[in-house]
Write a protein that binds this ligand. Structure first.
Ligand code: URP
Ligand code: ZN
Ligand code: ZN
Length: 466
């Protein structure tokens, strides 16, 4: 087993920041101290100087779709390519999804996805299991799923057309209550399908990229949240809302929090920093994702919510189609939905924190590492710099300025939604369980080295909020 000593950096965890040395033995952090002398470490230990750099726990992108088979194609970033771009962005774990094949064996769905991911992933991964239909045997399926290391399911209040929607309220409530009994987390993509259908039926306009935002407006998200929040409140159970995009949605969350609901909220950089003006013109399709981009007012409301601790996780919803694929259609009903984002997560958030002076690196670590780890039962194996935790470590220069362009970003999509953004902060080095996987712009990750991380007890939301 190799040992590694990182000296002289500023260690940043969610609850503390200190100048200290950190010793890694094999895959684990074994010592943290103000000064670890070289004569107290095993012979042959590699010593890395981190003066002037911040040492952060590896990030967790809690919402990705690498190698997603969808709409007659597969997303551009494979497990190999996704792992590579993640390493450049300081991400050492992703939480991806397993589809529900509706054959009545969720554990088998998870198992098959893990086996596919295991071959290509060079960083660690966990999963949410999709549940796209209620069936009487679902309780047994969930039990087996949990025993196999998955404590979170993902459901949709939309996408009836692709068979994801559970629209019977009684079935939804029964499913929620089974999850509560099993102490499993329900994650929801919130857009109300019947309202989308009504708007679409009455629509007299065009179907350009810009119309995507009008066909799925904020009210649709607000109503979707209302549906699931009501059920979770009635059952007195926690809930996780994925990719919150709107001020109206946020207002519903506030209303239910006031009523006592424990709800964890995730948003993405695109809902924080991009608005629907991007959907105008012939490049508009590049910015189509679901839910759609909103108004600047929504960006600002989400930014405020982030600063004030109302949002627990920022994730990417990385779901990529190539530049050419995105521009194949100009009809928003058939443009492939989704954009890249894992690699840009940290620098965009750091730039926002830096420019606003609104929060520091500890909060950043909370949003991008500790928060996701706690939400999905990966903590303290992941999401923290602690003795005994996995040595997923990044060396980060928070002050380096650079400009994002497609040429310095590694997605196979061959474009970035943040082209020309001047950002602050650069990941210099990424370690996965003590092994170097990216250093000074060179990728060293090995497909197959990524491990599936089991989810332990999912976070007790009440503690999160107190
Ligand atoms: O447009 C998006 N976000 N595609 C990924 C699937 C989803 O709904 O999250
Ligand atoms: Zn979604
Ligand atoms: Zn998604």
């Amino acid at each position: 087993m190799s040992t590694l000593l990182i000296q002289g950096g500023l260690l940043v965890d969610t609850e503390w920041t200190r100048h200290a040395d950190i010793l890694v033995d094999g895959p684990k952090i074994v010592r943290i101290a103000s000064k670890i002398s070289e004569d107290s470490i095993p012979p042959g230990t590699e010593i890395v100087q981190a003066d002037g750099l911040c040492v952060l726990p590896g990030l967790i992108d809690a919402h990705t779709h690498y190698h997603l088979v969808s709409r007659g194609t597969v997303t551009a970033d494979s497990f190999e390519e996704g792992s590579k771009l993640a390493a450049f962005g300081g991400v050492t774990t992703i939480v991806d999804f397993a589809d529900d094949d509706k054959k009545g064996n969720l554990k088998a769905c998870t198992k098959s996805r893990i086996s596919d991911m295991k071959k290509g992933m060079a960083i660690d991964f966990s999963l949410h299991q999709g549940v796209y239909a209620y069936r009487p045997g679902v309780e047994k399926e969930l039990k087996e799923l949990k025993a196999s290391g998955i404590s979170t399911i993902k459901i949709f209040t939309t996408y009836k057309n692709v068979g994801y929607l559970i629209d019977n309220p009684d079935e939804l409530k029964t499913l929620f209550s089974k999850c509560k009994d099993l102490d499993m987390m329900v994650c929801v993509h919130c857009e109300d399908d019947s309202l989308i259908a009504k708007i679409s039926d009455e629509w007299k306009g065009t179907y350009l990229a810009k119309d995507h935002a009008e066909l799925r407006p904020s009210e649709v998200e607000a109503r979707g949240i209302e549906t699931v929040a009501k059920i979770a409140l009635e059952l007195d159970m926690g809930l996780y809302i994925v990719h919150l995009s709107s001020k109206k949605g946020l207002e519903v969350i506030r209303k239910y929090r006031d009523a006592g609901l424990d709800v964890l909220v995730e948003t993405t950089p695109h809902y924080l920093f991009l608005n629907k003006s991007k959907l105008e013109g012939d490049k508009g399709p590049l910015f189509v994702m679901t839910p759609p981009l909103r108004d600047e007012e929504d960006n600002l409301a989400l930014q405020e919510a982030l600063i004030h601790g109302e949002i627990q996780v920022v994730a990417s919803d990385h779901c990529t189609f190539t530049y050419d694929q995105k521009l194949e259609s100009s009809d928003c009903r058939s443009i492939f939905p989704g954009i890249p984002g894992t690699e840009e997560l940290l620098v965009l958030l750091n730039t926002f924190a830096f420019n606003h002076g609104a929060f520091g690196l500890s909060q950043l670590v909370n949003l991008l590492s500790t928060g996701p780890a706690k939400s999905f039962g990966l903590y303290p194996q992941k999401g923290t710099l602690r003795i005994g935790s996995d040595a997923d470590i990044i060396l980060f220069d928070p002050d380096e300025s650079w400009t994002i362009t497609k040429d310095n970003i590694h997605s196979a999509a061959n474009y970035t939604a943040y082209e020309g953004f001047e950002v602050t902060g650069k990941v210099k080095t990424t370690y996965l369980r003590g092994r170097l996987i990216m250093s000074e712009n060179v990728y060293l990750g090995l497909p197959g080295d990524g491990l599936f991380v089991k989810q332990n007890k999912v976070h007790q939301q009440k503690k999160y909020w107190s």
